[in-house]
Ligand binder design. Structure first.
Ligand code: SF4
Length: 417
């Protein structure tokens, strides 16, 4: 394994709004490359331009410092209290903290991005993620972690402290229940049972957490046995949800490597998988008609059977009105079901996502606006969308979402999922 220390120029992604999958609105990577070596990893594709992705790990040595600078800039900018960044530099740490305490706290940092796991083996040695958490603690910011490693438990003390003052949500990516098969596809991550055990401890410590069960590998991970076992274990571990979704394989490095491993280790499914991905779709989408099951639909059925939610949850960042988060959650449920699972065109979910984005960017307490009867004028939305907001406030759901959930359940019955 080759480790190379590098200096990051920037760290935080641009703001991400209306994301129906993850519970963060900024992401960052402390490393480039990932030694967990998952055979299906999207970060391995040429698009990210990381050569020797699994064996050459770039360590962003200065990540905590760069993060601190970026957060200071973002926070003071959003507060609009400081006239210039020059002035910020002359404040003592105490003065900065005091100023930060009065500001809005809407940044939720996701500390595992698409091209690395924040708790891969390199973290044992370099502890960049630990330092990043310390920085976030100083800023009293919420944290979202997605990992395949139980090394996250090393930082339990610190995570508990962050959770006390903001919140922490730790999701484990867990895709395969059978340990033998899991080791083929995720050779160097923690074992499946270790991840469930870690999730249990996170939940016992009072933090939020769930399971992202994707990619659900066609013909390998989409069997009822695998999906049900994962859902049951997730429930046993106290997960708030388990989210199933399919696998993309982009042509080139990612797809070639995947099929090389399949040929050697699981030859019995090679031909079938080759057919499913024969289209060489630019974004790696499979030929849907050839999939054994729709993993989202199957996942919903499994979740209903086991009694666990099939949707990821957003929690309330400090300073956010509770009603606003509830409405964002419901709107994004609809976006997820219509876009990801049913594959509906954009016009079927766009207005709801746009409203979620608007709310996420910062609006007044929607309950107060509804009580005053000024939702439409204050938000600049149509009467139809204003009715959606009112209905969620009154009932916790809305007609379009109910119809969509009914549609999903009808599909599942028709296709005997
Ligand atoms: S843990 Fe995530 S980033 Fe790392 S190899 Fe696996 S899929 Fe890729």
């Amino acid at each position: 394994m080759q480790y190379e220390k590098i200096q990051a120029k920037t760290l935080l992604s641009k703001p991400i709004y209306g994301d129906a999958w993850f519970h963060s609105n900024r992401s960052m990577n402390s490393y480039r490359g990932c030694e967990h070596g998952c055979v299906y990893c999207d970060g391995h594709c040429q698009y990210y331009r990381i050569d020797n992705f699994y064996t050459h790990i770039r360590v962003k040595e200065n990540a905590p410092q760069v993060l601190r600078q970026e957060l200071e800039r973002a926070r003071f900018k959003s507060q609009n209290k400081m006239q210039s960044e020059t002035l910020v530099r002359f404040l003592s740490d105490r003065e900065k903290t005091k100023a930060l305490d009065t500001g809005p706290r809407k940044i939720i940092v996701g500390i595992s991005g698409g091209v690395s796991d924040a708790y891969q083996q390199a973290e044992e040695k370099y502890q960049i993620t630990r330092q990043v958490l310390e920085t976030l603690y100083d800023f009293r910011l919420p944290v979202f972690i997605l990992t395949k490693s139980n090394l996250v438990l090393r930082d339990l003390d610190l995570l508990k402290e962050i959770h006390k003052q903001a919140f922490v949500s730790v999701c484990f990516s867990i895709t395969l229940y059978n340990e033998e098969i899991q080791k083929i596809f995720e050779p160097k991550s923690s074992a499946t049972w270790e991840r469930f055990e870690a999730l249990k401890q996170i939940r016992k410590a009072g933090m939020y957490g769930g399971v992202m069960a994707y990619p659900t590998i066609p013909t390998v991970g989409d069997t009822p046995e695998n999906m049900e076992s994962l859902a049951k274990e997730a429930k046993n571990a106290g997960a708030e949800f388990i989210l199933f979704s399919g696998m993309t394989l982009k042509p080139g490095r990612q797809k070639d490597y995947f099929f090389n491993v399949i040929r050697r280790r699981v030859p019995q499914v090679y031909d079938h998988l080759q057919q499913i991905y024969a289209n060489n779709h630019t974004y790696g989408y499979p030929i849907v008609e050839l999939l054994p099951v729709n993993p989202g639909l199957q996942g919903r059925r499994v979740c209903q059977k086991v009694g666990i939610s099939d949707r990821s949850v957003r929690h309330m960042p400090p300073g956010e009105p509770e009603a606003n988060i509830e409405i964002i959650n419901r709107l994004l449920d609809l976006v997820y079901y219509r876009q990801i699972i049913l594959g509906k065109p954009r016009n079927f979910w766009k207005p709801y996502q746009e409203l979620a984005i608007k709310i996420e960017k910062g609006v007044e307490d929607l309950k107060t606006l509804a009580d005053k009867g000024v939702l439409k004028t204050q938000l600049g939305i149509s009467s139809k969308i204003a009715r959606v907001v009112t209905q969620i406030l009154q009932t916790g759901t809305f007609d379009a979402l109910i119809r969509t959930q009914d549609e999903l359940d009808t599909f599942a019955t028709e296709f005997n999922v």
